[in-house]
Design a protein. Structure first.
Length: 160
């Protein structure tokens, strides 16, 4: 009985407060099972976005039509007052983005190092559309954010 009580006290010390209620639903427009199309209307992949931990975290699972796969965890970091995404591709390459809601769109950005050793700024914007679809626009800058080049422009449509 005494060890059970000690175990209970130890568990309570690891208990985390619930996530930030004011922010946790800001990215909910992305939740669902999606077909993803490029600007030409070609199916480029599918994506599953599901809430975890009472909606405090969104888990993404991407499968590209070409065979690429990746996953991410998305959450509001109340300590730093930012949304964060941790992404990993099937080959182990990672991407860490931070940002927040901006005029109804979720805008996250972060730096990576390119093949030539140059710092790249990645900026991804998710915008909910009135018809329930979501646009995801990924841009990359090679000049510290002065100019950006579009690398992916996708339209998420709910699977029927």
């Amino acid at each position: 009985m005494r060890s059970l009580m000690i175990f209970g006290v130890a568990l309570a010390s690891f208990a985390q407060p619930p996530c930030d209620e004011a922010h946790k639903g800001q990215f909910d427009f992305w939740i669902g099972e999606w077909n993803v199309y490029d600007t030409a209307g070609t199916l480029v992949g599918t994506n599953s976005i599901q809430p975890m931990f009472e909606g405090c975290v969104l888990q993404e699972n991407w499968e590209g039509a070409s065979g690429s796969k990746g996953s991410s965890f998305n959450f509001y970091n109340s300590k730093d007052a930012v949304w964060e995404q941790f992404w990993v591709w099937q080959n182990g390459t990672t991407l860490h983005l931070q940002g927040g809601l901006n005029e109804g769109s979720m805008v996250l950005s972060g730096e990576t190092t390119g093949k030539e050793g140059r710092i790249l700024v990645n900026r991804i914007t998710w915008t909910p559309n009135p018809d329930g679809s979501v646009r995801q626009h990924w841009e990359v800058s090679k000049d510290a954010g002065a100019t950006f080049t579009s690398v992916f422009d996708g339209l998420y449509k709910k699977k029927s």
